[in-house]
Structures are given as C-alpha cells and as structure tokens.
Design a protein around this ligand. Structure first.
Ligand SMILES: *Cc1c(COP(=O)(O)O)cnc(C)c1O
Length: 427
C-alpha cells in the first residue's frame, strides 16, 4: 500500500470562481453551480514525472496525485483497471479512415465508466466521514454507487425511473443499495434525493452535485493521453448525458498542459446525444450557453436520457472551445450500428457507445469529421447489460441431427436477429 500525496489547494465555483477550502464535504457552490477541485500543479509536476507512472499498477489510481483522496487507507478498490483502446476495423474500412479507436469502458468494475467517478466520490465520502449516500440513476451510476458503498461500509439509496432495465435495477439491489423505482424520469428521481436530504441525512451524490465524481471521470483523459504516448487524438466522440466525462476529460487536458506533459493541441470534443433527448445539441445549434429542459425524453440508450444537465454550460463551453460540436442520432441508427459492429467484428458495444459510432458515420458523411482525423469513440458500458434479440435455434435430440438444416438455420439467424434488432427500436 502506497502513501497518497494530494496536491489539492481548494475548490472553485465553476461559474463565479469563488474559492472554497479543501477536505470538506460539498454539494453545489453558493451560486448553485458545480464545484471544481483545484491543485497545486507546480508542486505536483515537481513530485512526479511521466516516468514515475511506468512502474505503477495498470489501474486509474496510478494518477493518484491528480486526485483528491488524501489517505491511502480511504481508497476503495474493486480493480479499476486501465481500459483498452480497440481499433474498429469495421468502421475504419466502412469510412476509409486510418484510425478509429474504441475506448472500452465496459471492462471497469460494475461494467461501466460510472465506476471511475464513484470510486473517487465514495473514497472521498469515506475520508470525510459520510455514512449514507444517495443518487438518481438510469442504471449504471446506481450500480457503481451500490458496489463501492458496500465495499466501503457506507449505506446507499438509489432511485431509478421505473422503466430502467430490469438487469440494472436488480444489480443495484443485489449489491446492497436500498433501491427504489420511481414513476418519473431521472430529474424527478433527483428531486427525491434533494428533498430528502434534511430528513434522511444522506449525502446527495447526483452527477455534478458533488465535486469528486468528476475527478474520477477525469482519469479517462489522463489515461487516454498516456495510452497515446501523450499525443491527443483529433476528435473524441462522447455519449453525453450529464456530461461529467466530457467536462472531466477537458479538465484533465488543461491540467496536463499546465504541467507540460502535453502541448496545446486539443481534440475536438463532440457531444453525442439521441434524437429523443438532445438538449445539448439544441443549445449548441442555437448558440446558447445553457440548455433548456427537454420534454418527453426518450431513447433506448438509457445512459444518455438526461433531459437537463446541471453542467450544461460547462459541456457547451468545452465543445466550443475545442472547435467541436454536438450531434444527435436516432435510435434506429444506434441499434443498427451496435448490431453491425457486434456481428462484423465481435465488439459488443452498449447502445450509448454505439451512438458515438452512428454519429461518426453520420458526421463523416456530412463532412464535419474528416476521414484523416484520428478518432476516439467512448464505449461507456458493457453491452451485456442491455437486451439483445432472441437466439432461438433448437436441436431436438429425439431425431438425428440434420447438418444440412443446421447450416441453413445458422445462416438464417442473421436475418431473424436483424429483424428483431430493428424491432427493438420501438421498445
Ligand atoms: C452515464 C452514462 C453516460 C453519460 O455519461 P455522462 O458523463 O454523465 O454524460 C453514457 N453512457 C452510459 C452507458 C452511461 O452509464
């Protein structure tokens, strides 16, 4: 076990810039905006070098100096390994592009990148003496909260919209959270968490309503930079719900440049949303700094069904500062692309990850992404948590196996699965 060295100097309101002392429990700033953690980057740079990292374990705690946890004993670990960058040969060939890499976050504990944010948030909560945590979720954040809280000996309360996929609700409950379905969307679940704070004394761990989840998500940017030998890609497509990951990566790049580990070249940040829930895309197109609430939000990609994001202005600023953009894709294209990639090259993306692939196809055709650009797609969760079309070929052992039929059946599987894949769009 190592000693942690933290370089946190203060927290800062993302809107007004007002400073707050470190090592305390916070929700939003007095202005009602997200707080960002700030570090003494000169001291950090004097303490570690790129070379120091080489000898560390291949997990995201290798970036611990960039994180706020002060005492090593408070770190809650479930095996936060570095996630691989996998070339999508299918997309490279289809689009005639030299480099399309998928960062596969589905390998993390609890099967999604929500583990990054919640590992850090729960570790900080432990350090600061929290006994009870709560959040609203479309599934993955709840699973990560439940798992890390159980590991830390902290009680957890999780609220999901009642149409959250069964598997997610069950995994949350199974991993020890008090789990509730709510007949409303994620913002209404969020209201329950906020309103119940006084009476229940739980800590509101909603996206960007506490400052440490974003620090965990920041490790995606640090890790990506290190994996690419400190040369950032040209474009990052990110499936955007609350936007923590996009804002977190942007923060990572800023900190890396400040310590001289990367130059000033930034990737173009592209926020990908679903047509049925695209508040950031609308605000981007209308040139606004904040997004309006999106009514009747719908998409099969549950992780990006977020009608209102408290960090909307931070997402929009990162997109614009990076010369990126926001784009929406429809559910049919999302699920078709997911299926094509799975069957052509064995990569089982989650629908949100497939949305970034569908957006890439769309925007290469529109000319907003150039064929020569090096692209990273984020697959934020394992595809195994989502429903898949039935596979119902059957062999009846009461008669001899007919291999001719069997081969025919097998080739038909593609067609029937394809039809079923298309049918999922409506559900
Ligand atoms: C949470 C989540 C997202 C959205 O991530 P944000 O950083 O909150 O925008 C996308 N996909 C999946 C699978 C998720 O669980």
């Amino acid at each position: 076990m190592f000693e942690t060295e933290t370089f946190v100097t203060h927290l800062e309101c993302s809107e007004t810039g007002k400073h707050y002392p470190p090592d305390q429990l916070y929700n939003l700033s007095e202005a009602g905006k997200p707080l960002l953690v700030r570090y003494d980057l000169d001291a950090l740079a004097a303490f570690i070098s790129k070379k120091t990292l080489v000898n560390r374990l291949p997990e995201f705690w290798r970036y611990r100096e960039f994180l706020p946890v002060r005492k090593a004993e408070n770190i809650i670990r479930l095996g936060e390994l570095m996630t691989p960058l996998i070339p999508s040969n299918y997309l490279q060939e289809l689009l005639e592009m030299p480099s399309v890499l998928v960062k596969d976050e589905g390998r993390l504990p609890t099967g999604s990148f929500k583990a990054r944010g919640l590992a850090v948030a729960v570790s900080m909560a432990k350090e600061l003496g929290v006994k009870r945590m709560a959040l609203p979720t479309n599934g993955n954040a709840g699973a990560a909260l439940a798992a890390y809280c159980s590991r830390a000996g902290i009680e957890s309360y999780v609220f999901c919209p009642d149409d959250t996929p069964e598997i997610n609700v069950r995994e949350i409950a199974f991993q020890g959270a008090h789990t509730f379905r709510v007949n409303g969307l994620i913002n209404e679940c969020g209201r329950i968490v906020a309103e119940g704070r006084q009476e229940t004394r739980w800590f509101d761990t909603s996206t960007l309503k506490e400052p440490y989840r974003i620090e965990g998500k920041k490790t995606m940017g640090l890790e990506l930079a290190e994996q690419l030998d400190w040369h950032l890609p040209d474009v990052i497509l990110y499936p955007t719900g609350g936007g923590t990951g996009l804002i977190g990566m942007w923060k990572a790049f800023e900190e890396l440049e400040a310590i001289g580990w990367i130059d000033s070249k930034r990737p173009r940040m592209v926020a990908v949303q679903a047509e049925g829930c695209a508040p950031i895309v609308k605000a981007y197109e209308e040139g606004k700094t904040h997004a309006e609430f999106w009514k009747n939000a719908y998409t099969a990609a549950a992780g990006i069904r977020v009608p209102a994001a408290i960090g909307d202005f931070l997402i929009l600023a990162a997109i614009r500062d990076s010369d990126g953009f926001a784009t929406a894709v429809n559910d049919k294209d999302i699920l078709d692309t997911q299926f094509q990639i799975a069957r052509h090259e064995g990569l089982l993306l989650c629908p949100e990850g497939a949305a970034t692939a569908a957006a890439l196809i769309k925007e290469v055709h529109n000319g907003r992404i150039d064929r020569n650009e090096k692209v990273i797609l984020f697959n934020c969760a394992t595809g195994l948590k989502y429903s898949m079309p039935e596979a119902d070929n059957f062999i009846d052992l009461t008669s001899p196996v007919n291999y001719g039929d069997l081969m025919k059946q097998n080739s038909q599987l593609g067609t029937s699965a394809k039809a079923q894949a298309a049918n999922r769009t409506g559900g």
